[in-house]
Ligand binder design. Structure first.
Ligand code: BES
Ligand code: ZN
Ligand code: ZN
Length: 485
């Protein structure tokens, strides 16, 4: 999609549809809209959309009145959502060149970025494998601001494009089915992306993992005919500032999770292709960071495996030795995410990461605790936690802090035969999973994001397609961009 800014009176903007925000309690007189307000057909309620043909007094062919809700509740997250809804409303009608008027104080960088993101995110459709050829998408999107608006809005639009395209890149990867996106294919996708945007990329194969002693990761991988891969993608700033900080982004990359020998029920198992959403989020974030160039080095580590049952699969009761040297009793082979992350966290620390953030579709228990609206956030370090929460807040990606008290380990994470069991029993499942990971993050400041409830949208909404959400890509990007020392 082409994206740009135009400084001109909105009356002169040419477009198939010009989007104009309307707020609750604020009457719009222009475009012949007064009568709609009088009839209460338009009230400005959030996500209310009204298309006016041949609007009075403007060059655009249509005006789309976009309900923005109560002015005091309106923010960039709401603008992003409203604009995503407008894109989804217009594109099935074959409308391809659209624009939004950002008037008054909305002609500012943060609003422009959110508007661009909204349209690009709303345009996303997980329809790659639909063969009918009348796929419709938005061709161009322009932001119309009054002459004399602040400078720098072009950069803001460009930033929105980079971030939203990165998020959609993640969503496309997550939507790939297990037969088409194996661990080796994730590695291919990472190499291609890294080459395109000038990032470093290295892929560790089974032999290398063996040498490094990654017994936890290899134990999960051994049940599949598909070889595992540990994908490492690195960004280095031209001038290293940032006081020795090196941010490590670790993402769960289970390309399909059957549960292994502790096999999952058939009902809904097809959704488990999204079990690499954490890893795909890290690749999406790196794709954007390569273009936005933060001032700190950032490296992504994505352990990729397929969790399968079979004659070579690991068994409940198996004891594996992780790269850190700790032994783990595999009580349940379906708790595989923490096993592969354990070795990836150790590897990231050994590679010199000073701060770690992981994202993983780790537990069903986080969905029980928080539903589908908040990411579960676990932190071993208050300062890093605050940075992540601030970034999430600014990006409208909701996250909720969860506990990590030491006694969760003492009470729930005991194995009779090894240092740790890989499951903690019935209660507090998301917390004991996080507690397990903390054993491998050790004393490195670390935040864990359990995205099992938030990485996939079960039902289409006016502002988003069914399928991968791309959470928490925007938070990760902002976390790195805002890191200034
Ligand atoms: N990938 C799943 C987590 C998951 C479950 C995500 C449901 C989305 C929806 C993970 O590997 C898993 O299977 N976790 C188990 C852990 C249990 C065996 C302790 C779970 O949550 O049931
Ligand atoms: Zn599992
Ligand atoms: Zn899993």
């Amino acid at each position: 999609m082409k994206v740009g800014i135009e400084q001109k009176p909105l009356e002169t903007a040419e477009a198939d549809a010009l989007i104009v925000l309307v707020f609750e309690g604020i009457r719009e007189e222009r475009f012949g809209a007064g009568a709609l307000f009088d009839a209460k057909e338009v009230e400005g309620k959030s996500l209310e959309l009204t298309l006016i043909h041949r609007p009075v007094g403007v060059a655009a062919q249509r005006v789309l009145l976009a309900g923005a809700g109560k002015p005091e509740k309106f923010n960039t997250a709401e603008l992003r959502r409203v604009l995503a809804a407008t894109a989804r409303h217009l594109k099935p009608k074959g409308i391809r060149r659209i624009a939004v008027a950002l008037e008054g104080h909305f002609a500012r960088a943060d609003w422009v970025t959110a508007a661009v993101e909204g349209v690009i995110l709303g345009d996303f459709e997980p329809d790659r494998y639909k063969t009918e050829n009348d796929k419709k998408s938005i061709e161009s999107f322009r932001v119309i601001v009054a002459p004399g608006s602040p400078a720098g809005l072009d950069d803001a639009a460009e930033q929105g494009r980079i971030v939203a395209e990165a998020q959609n890149f993640t969503r496309s990867l997550v939507n790939e089915p297990g037969n088409r996106l194996t661990p080796a294919k994730v590695a291919d996708a990472a190499r291609r992306m890294a080459a395109e945007f000038g990032l470093g990329c290295e892929v560790l194969e089974r032999e290398k993992m063996d040498q490094l002693g990654m017994g936890a990761l290899l134990g999960v991988a051994q049940g599949s005919a598909e070889p595992p891969a540990l994908v490492v993608v690195g960004y280095r700033p031209v001038q290293t500032r940032g006081g020795g900080v090196h941010l490590g982004l670790v993402g769960k990359g289970v390309t399909f999770d059957t549960g292994g020998i502790s096999i999952k029920p058939a009902d809904g198992m097809e959704k488990m292709k999204y079990d690499m959403a954490g890893g795909a989020s890290m690749l999406g974030a790196m794709r954007a960071l390569a273009q936005l160039k933060p001032s700190i080095p950032v490296t992504a580590f994505i352990p990729c495996v397929e969790n399968m049952p079979g004659g070579r699969a690991q068994r409940p009761g198996d004891i594996v030795t992780a790269m850190s040297g700790k032994t783990i009793e595999v009580i349940n082979t379906d708790a595989e995410g923490r096993l592969i992350l354990a070795d990836a966290l150790t590897y990231a620390r050994r590679q010199g990461c000073t701060h770690l953030v992981d994202a993983a579709t780790l537990t069903g228990a986080i969905v029980v605790a928080l539903g589908h609206l908040n990411v579960g956030l676990f932190a071993s370090d208050a300062a890093l936690k605050d940075r992540v929460l601030a970034a999430a807040n600014a990006e409208g990606e909701r996250m909720w802090p969860m506990p990590l008290d030491d006694d969760y380990k003492e009470v729930y994470l005991k194995s009779a035969f090894a240092d740790l069991p890989n499951v903690g029993g019935r209660w507090g499942g998301a917390i004991t999973a996080a507690m397990f990971l903390k054993e491998f993050a050790e004393n490195t400041p670390w935040v864990h994001l359990d995205i099992a409830g938030t990485a996939w949208i079960d039902e289409a909404k006016p502002y988003t397609a069914k399928g991968p959400s791309g959470v928490p890509v925007r938070t990760l990007i902002r976390l790195a961009m805002d890191w200034k020392n």
